[in-house]
Design a protein around this ligand. Structure first.
Ligand SMILES: Cc1ncc(COP(=O)(O)O)c(C=O)c1O
Length: 452
C-alpha cells in the first residue's frame, strides 16, 4: 500500500498523517473499509459542509460517499446543528429516557408499516444482532435463511455466507462461507444462504429447514451488492411461505429506509414483514439505529418479556434528537421533491454517458444512491451476476474521479453503493457527471474500460 498516493508525495501531509496513524491504529484506521485503496490512504477530512468535503490539504470534493448513505441530509445541516444545541441544553444525559425518545418512537412506528414497537441503539450491526435474538426467542428456533449478496452487519450471527468468493460460491449453500477469521465454524451451521430472487430456492430452503428456522432475512433493495431490487412476486411469495411456516420475516431496511418518498421499501412493495431494522440516514449523520416489529415480538424484550437488550449508550439523547430533526425534515415537502429531482437528473446523466461512450458498465440509480458495476450492461438479479465486476477498474475510476474533485469510496471489492444528499444541487451533480465522463473517456481510450 502506498500512503503517498493520495498526497502525491511521501512527505505530503496525508502520507505523514497516515504513517503516524498506522503506528497506533491498525492500518491507520478505525474501520477496515476506511482505507480508500484507490488513494492509498483514508480520506482525511478537515471539514464537511453541504455536498462537499474538504481534506486536510484544503482540497474540496463533491461527496458521493455521503457517509455510506447516512448523510442523506448532507453535511452540517442546520436542523442537525439545532438538534446538537438542544442536546447540549439538556446536558447529554445518557442511560435515561426523555420525552423525546417516545416522540421519535412514534414517528418511526408511523413511518414503518411493520413497526408497532421500536428500540434504538447505535449501529446497524447492533440492530440486526438484537433483532435476530428476538426472532430466535419468539420461534424457539435457531436457523436463519439469508440471501447471498445481502449485508446485515459484521457480527458472528450473520457475517456468514453473504459474500463468498467466486470459487466458494458452488459450496456456499452446503457450507456457508465464514466472512472473517475469528468467527467460529459452528455458527455456519445456523445459516442457510440462498440466491436472491429465486422463489424455488426459497421454497426448498423452507421445506428443508423451515421447522428449525427463526427468520428469513433480506435487504428488500440489495444496496450492498449492485442495488438489486427484490422482484415483487418473490417478496409476496416470501411473505406467504414465512407466514405458513411460522418463520419471522425480517426486512433489513438499514440502507433503504427514508431514501424514497414512501419511506420504506416495505411500503413501496406493499409487503409487510414481521420485523424491520433501520439505521444509516435515520440519525441525520449521527450514530443511531433501530429495530422494530410487531408488539408480540418486540414485547419479548425485558422488562416486558425475558429477552435481554441493554447498553449504556443505547438511544443516547444526542443522536435521538438528531434523528427527530432528521425525520421532521423528511416530512417537509421539499425533501423528497428535491431527492427525486436529483435522482432523475443523475440517472439520466449516467445513462447518457454510458450510452454515448458505449461502455461495458451499468450504474443502477434509486433513492439517492447508485451502484457501479464494471463488466456488465444489464441489471443484475442476484449475487453471482455481479461477480463479473472488475474492481481494478473501479479503483482506477475512484482515483480518476478523486483527481477531478469527486469523492467516491472504495469498499474493498464488489459494486456497493454511492450517493448524494438533499443538499447536493443539480450543479453539483453536473460537475460530478462531467468529471466521471472525462475519467471514463480516458479509461476507455487506454483500454481500462471495455466497450459494450
Ligand atoms: C443493509 C445493512 N444492514 C446492516 C448494516 C450494518 O450497519 P452498520 O455499518 O451501522 O453497523 C449496513 C451497513 O452498511 C447495511 O447497509
Amino acid at each position: 500500500m502506498n500512503p503517498a498516493a493520495a498526497s502525491g508525495s511521501s512527505s505530503g501531509p496525508i502520507a505523514r498523517h497516515f504513517r503516524a496513524a498506522s503506528q497506533v491504529l491498525p492500518g491507520g484506521v478505525n474501520s477496515s473499509t476506511r482505507l480508500n485503496r484507490a488513494l492509498g490512504a483514508p480520506m482525511y477530512v478537515a471539514r464537511a459542509e453541504g455536498s462537499r468535503i474538504t481534506d486536510i490539504t484544503g482540497r474540496s470534493f463533491i461527496d458521493l460517499c455521503c457517509g455510506h448513505g447516512a448523510a442523506l441530509l448532507g453535511h452540517g445541516h442546520p436542523a442537525i446543528a439545532g438538534a446538537l444545541q438542544a442536546a447540549a441544553a439538556i446536558g447529554f444525559p445518557s442511560v435515561h429516557e426523555t420525552p423525546r425518545h417516545e416522540e421519535l418512537a412514534r414517528l418511526v412506528c408511523a413511518a414503518v408499516p411493520s413497526a408497532e414497537r421500536v428500540r434504538f441503539c447505535s449501529s446497524g450491526t447492533e440492530a440486526t444482532l438484537h433483532l435476530i435474538r428476538a426472532c430466535r426467542a419468539h420461534t424457539g428456533r435457531d436457523k436463519i435463511i439469508r440471501i447471498e449478496g445481502h449485508f446485515h452487519g459484521y457480527h458472528e450471527l450473520i457475517y456468514i455466507g453473504g459474500h463468498p468468493p467466486a470459487e466458494h460460491l458452488p459450496r456456499n449453500r452446503a457450507q456457508p462461507f465464514i466472512e472473517s477469521p475469528g468467527i467460529p465454524q459452528e455458527f455456519a451451521r445456523l445459516i442457510v444462504p440462498i440466491p436472491h430472487n429465486d422463489a424455488g430456492a426459497l421454497e426448498r430452503a423452507v421445506e428443508r429447514h423451515g421447522r428449525e428456522t427463526a427468520a428469513v432475512m433480506l435487504e428488500p433493495v440489495n444496496w450492498n451488492w449492485g442495488a438489486i431490487r427484490a422482484e415483487p412476486a418473490y417478496l409476496q411469495r416470501m411473505r406467504e411461505l414465512t407466514a405458513e411456516a411460522g418463520i419471522v420475516l425480517f426486512f433489513d431496511e438499514i440502507q433503504s429506509a427514508f431514501k424514497t418518498r414512501r419511506l420504506t421499501a416495505q411500503a413501496e412493495y406493499g409487503v409487510t414483514p414481521d420485523v424491520t431494522t433501520l439505521g444509516k440516514s435515520l440519525g441525520g449523520g449521527l450514530p443511531v439505529s433501530a429495530f422494530s416489529g410487531s408488539a408480540q415480538i418486540m414485547d419479548l424484550f425485558q422488562p416486558v418479556g425475558p429477552v435481554q437488550h441493554s447498553g449504556t449508550f443505547n438511544a443516547h439523547p444526542v443522536p435521538i434528537l438528531a434523528a427527530l430533526a432528521f425525520v421532521r425534515e423528511t416530512e417537509k415537502p421539499y425533501f423528497y421533491d428535491t431527492l427525486e429531482a436529483l435522482e432523475d437528473h443523475f440517472d439520466r446523466g449516467l445513462k447518457r454517458i454510458i450510452a454515448d461512450h458505449r461502455l461495458n458498465m451499468i450504474a443502477p440509480v434509486a433513492g439517492a444512491r447508485f451502484s457501479i458495476i464494471f463488466g456488465r450492461t444489464t441489471p443484475p438479479a442476484r449475487y453471482e451476476d455481479c461477480l463479473c465486476h472488475d474492481n481494478r477498474v473501479m479503483l482506477r475510476f475512484v482515483r480518476e474521479c478523486y483527481e477531478r474533485g469527486v469523492y467516491l469510496h472504495d469498499y474493498g471489492g464488489g459494486p456497493f453503493h454511492h450517493g448524494f444528499s438533499v443538499q447536493h444541487t443539480t450543479g453539483d451533480l453536473d460537475e460530478a457527471l462531467n468529471a466521471m465522463e472525462d475519467a471514463l473517456k480516458g479509461m476507455k481510450r487506454d483500454g481500462a474500460v471495455a466497450a459494450a
